[in-house]
Design a protein. Structure first.
Length: 135
């Protein structure tokens, strides 16, 4: 799976974003180790705390289908028609990624229709809280 393909899937998923309050529309495409892609979009709510990010929407779909092992997620977001150059995941979404993904190898792919940048989870979220802390 090429980064560009995964980012294009995120851009397509962004079309379904429900963002009547912020108008900041986001799509995400999550790639499993088996090569399957699960997509998600942000889903806002009048009670703001009930809002769900695109990344967690994609993880929820994948985990609900029994998936547990992931290699990359692409995220595309922005206020206008076109996605911004960079729409990094929020802290809560980083925390969800840290639950399931290897911080050294899991890739977070950001970009728009023309640019693609890739980071590891560890680069964007270097000191996560995890299961080790609960032992
Ligand atoms: Zn988020």
């Amino acid at each position: 799976m090429m980064m560009r393909q995964l980012l294009d899937a995120a851009i397509a998923a962004r079309e379904n974003a429900y963002a009547p309050y912020s108008a900041y529309r986001v799509g995400a495409a999550l790639l499993t180790e088996k090569g399957k892609i699960y997509t998600g979009c942000n889903m806002e709510n009048a009670s703001y705390s009930a809002t769900l990010c695109a990344e967690r929407s994609a993880f929820s779909a994948a985990v609900s289908a029994g998936e547990r092992r992931f290699v990359a997620i692409a995220v595309a977001g922005g206020k206008g028609e076109a996605a911004d150059e960079m729409a990094p995941p929020c802290g809560v979404c980083h925390q969800v990624m840290a639950e399931f993904c290897d911080p050294d190898t899991f890739e977070i792919i950001l970009g728009d229709e023309t640019k693609v940048k890739t980071f590891t989870l560890k680069e964007l979220f270097p000191l996560s809280f995890g299961a080790e802390e609960l032992k």
